[in-house]
Ligand binder design. Sequence first.
Ligand code: NAP
Length: 411
Amino acid sequence: MATPPGIIELGSDNRLIVPDHVTIPFIEGDGVGPDIWMASAKVFDAAVKKAYGGKRVVHWVELLAGKKGHAKTGQWLPEETLQGFKKYRVGIKGPLETPVGGGIRSLNVTIRQKLDLYACIRPVKYIPGVPSPLRQPEKVNMIVFRENMEDLYAGIEWPAGTPEAARLVEFLRKEMDQEVRTDSAIGIKPMSPFNSKRLIRMAIRWAIDHRHPSVTLVHKGNILKFTEGAFRDWGYELAREEFSRQTIRESELPPDGNAGGKVIIKDRITDAMFQQILLRPDEYSVLAMPNLNGDYMSDALAAEIGGLGMAPGANIGDGIAVFEATHGTAPKYAGRDMINPGSVILSGVLMFDYLGWKEASEFIQRGLQRTIRAKIVTYDLARQLQGATQVKCSEFGRAIIENMISGGAHE
Ligand code: NAP
């Protein structure tokens, strides 16, 4: 008799308890979403089958959102979809188009906020053979932890010329003695110790658990002293109070730089950090940063490892995670079976690692690495790679499956 699909539970130590036949919800996504999802789901199923021979199985359940959600339910983001992610705890999604008008700023931001997915995680690791603008891309192996809940992304802003903006301007001029032009638009940048610290806590724990050498707090605190500067200070404070045995501050390292197996906590100013990730990427490992810095830096880092089509991501809260493509719906490629599904496929790698299904994630990585080494790639990589064989989105997925040859999961 077939094993009925189970649901992920949370153990007493807050670790996930994952049944062998697990139900995982997905949102197909808008634009290129259906093409990408079809290719990716086949890769995931093949990897799980190869790794576990039927002992472990993923039962996919579709959740609606975006255009498909609107067409079927009249809502861009139905409540059942949010409830579905809560119930199943771990899910995966394609890109969603931001509806124009209708009072929704971004479906992605709304999902993150409503589910309290306070950390956006983006691993940036070079895969040999992928075209990169760097001379030594193999030095790139970082993971971004971006605060997801506040900063300018909180969306507290008013257009110039509105009564709300005028009221705030008047308050700032009269009550706070600030020089602000009366015709200004106003945006607010809230940053709290609560949200900053839980993000940095997750980054430090990740570094300890995965044996990464350092956590860098990336901030613009030289100018924005009480928001981004505080992010840096809260980070050091947290490391001292909660991880004093496992971490050491860069400024306290002995002259030989030996951290004695501890995770080094350091900080860098954001603009300087953009230079560092180009010139000395191997000096950085886990990066923790406020929301807007994280947005900019993740895409710049993605460019170093093959672009948006190769950049995975996850939004993670306490006991809940949604893995996702970091790119958008790329509307001009919608329905053309052309786009690179790598971002969702690598998000799947991250998801299987998160579930503890490492063998499945290793099969996917191996299939992907071999396919790229054979220069079988989608258009985005083909245009940067001499002698490449350009394939469709679906063909790329099939090639990955073919390259997960039988045998052990390790190369
Ligand atoms: P985009 O969809 O990310 O596409 C911009 C460009 O990036 C594409 O034209 C393509 O460049 C490249 N690209 C994106 N995905 C790729 C992939 N899988 N493989 C290869 N190349 C890829 O950004 P956008 O056009 O600014 O946004 C379109 C819509 O997506 C908007 O409604 C936006 O709000 C939404 N969006 C959603 C998310 C999300 O769901 N997380 C994130 C960002 C944006 P080339 O044309 O040069 O090949």
